[in-house]
Write a protein that binds this ligand. Structure first.
Ligand code: GRF
Length: 214
């Protein structure tokens, strides 16, 4: 079977992309990043991809602020399909995807969100959690559906909130958890170890020991 191809979309610095690319290079995710796309022409994620020799393109998003217009969605989909991408990985992509995109990659788009969903969907989730006063927050990897941060949850990692945290120190701790969680979830995804039953995503790891041995 040929190696799985990931397409990563991001609007920002791309530190999750780096964690994913490194996990691919180290063989921890049996895949490679075939293409990085951004809606921001000077996004750090594009520079980080190019440094690693990974094709990276800015594709203009169109006139809207929080979504791609339909022509832009078609351009993103074409670029990903031409690169042979099977899995679309959102890593800090700041626009919601609409029907053209969702239909083209149905069930094959994942996202990471910096809170324990369904708490604190939407923007600046770490700040929402800090302001609310929760003692535990974290990050969530989930499938993308037509809602905002609402698709079936693949994995979550908890992060404590300390009394002396600022939103910024909390965010740093969440980022560290993201760099572990996202590669772990992507590895299971591309290995075909995830089974979706309605909203529930079950991890079907191949048994290491024959049945009856623990
Ligand atoms: C991450 O915190 C992720 O949870 C959110 O956007 C941020 C992206 O950061 N969706 P980076 O671009 O990977 O550094």
């Amino acid at each position: 079977m040929s190696e799985a191809r990931l397409g990563v979309l991001g609007s920002g610095t791309g530190t999750n992309f780096v964690a994913i690319a490194e996990a691919c290079a180290a063989g921890r995710i049996p895949a490679r990043v075939a293409l990085v796309l951004s809606d921001v022409p000077d996004a750090g994620i594009l520079a980080r991809a190019r440094e690693r020799g990974i094709p990276a393109r800015y594709i203009p998003p169109g006139p809207f602020r929080t979504k791609l217009d339909e022509a832009a969605e078609r351009a993103y989909v074409s670029a990903l399909q031409e690169a042979g991408v099977q899995w679309v990985v959102l890593a800090g992509f700041m626009r919601v995807l609409k029907s053209v995109f969702l239909r083209a990659f149905e069930g094959r788009i994942v996202n990471i969100h910096p809170s324990l969903l369904p708490s604190f969907p939407g923007l600046a989730a770490w700040r929402q959690a800090w302001e609310y006063g929760v003692k535990v927050t974290g990050c969530t990897v989930h499938f993308v559906d037509a809602g905002v941060d609402s698709g079936p949850i693949i994995g979550q990692q908890a992060v404590p909130v300390h009394d002396d945290d600022t939103p910024e120190t909390l965010l740093q701790r969440i980022h560290q958890a993201e760099y572990e969680l996202y590669p772990r979830c992507l590895a299971a995804l591309v290995r075909g170890e995830l089974e979706v039953q309605g909203r529930r995503v079950l991890w079907r790891r191949p048994a290491k020991e024959p049945p009856g041995h623990g």
